[in-house]
Design a protein around this ligand. Sequence first.
Ligand code: UT7
Length: 327
Amino acid sequence: MTRAAITGVHGYVPDYILTNAELETMVDTNDEWIVSRTGIRERRLLKGEAQGTSVMAIEAVKGLLEKTGTAPEDIELVICATVTPDLTFPDTANIIAHKVGMKNAFTFDLSAACSGFLFALTTGAKFIEAGTHKKVVVIGADKMSSIIDYEDRSTCIIFGDGAGAVLLEPTEDGLGVQDSILHSDGIGEQYLLKKAGGSRHPITPDILAAREQFATQDGRPVFKAAVKGMSSVVIEMMEKYNLDANSMQWLVPHQANIRIIETVSRMANFPMDKIMVNIHKYGNTTAATLPLCLWDYEDQLKKGDNLILTAFGGGFTWGAVYLKWAI
Ligand code: UT7
């Protein structure tokens, strides 16, 4: 059976570090609150004029192709998961492919908020499994600073910018993507959204005055739903494949809040020392958290390792992907 294996991973985060100390000068918050409530110590921001999400994704993809010895023109499909596309259209994946020279690829963006990378990984894997495509690049990238209100302490302390990318190729050796459980329910819109700037509420002076061009979140209901959503799919996946804390090497959770990760750890009976965590240095980078975790922990991963990736995001959307590491 042909499966899709991740044969390379790379990431990129911008240089600018927004620390909790700097946030203290911008809104009524403090380092102690941020660290104890979220686990975040700093996040990266992409600064500069006319710098979109693609700027970071291009760096991640260039590094990925270089490290895997892949010629850009050999890539057949590029999927970019993002909620902060450079433009409404053309798609960001199209812009990335053009700038990197992936001129034989067809491209599209995929929007599923913080679950975007899981949904894109599953979609990319299907093209490999179907036998129609042999080299697929899946990207998770977001410039959250472009939709964050730096006067709103309930969101500006959480989010950061970044990009990660993986190369998917066919394998016959049983490794690679084994299964996905993905969900969307639509009941979370009121709790986590960017009200304006889409077709329902185009930007007007009134919208700008009400600051509705920015993302807003009612944290508590999202927190509860995130814990429930991620732990239930992780437990379901572990039971389905008879996995436990011994037979599974890593849990790779979306990085939204260290307390969410710790609660999922307890509920799934899976120890924290086998859970990838980098929220302290990047915050919540939306679609980029999972590939950035894989990139950060790459040196500790071994061929054959059992990994479950899990995420939860706006919509709501959530899910888990079970894969066997193939590099
Ligand atoms: O990635 C997509 C999915 N997103 C998530 O999973 C995020 C889920 N939610 C969360 O992570 C948490 O709900 C937050 C980190 C957003 C907020 O933490 P919380 O423990 O739920 O705090 P809260 O919103 O219940 O607020 C508690 C208190 C409030 O004050 P009062 O009413 O108790 O006096 C807030 O006004 O903390 C206050 N507060 C702050 N204080 C200092 C809220 N934000 C801040 C802040 N600094 N930045």
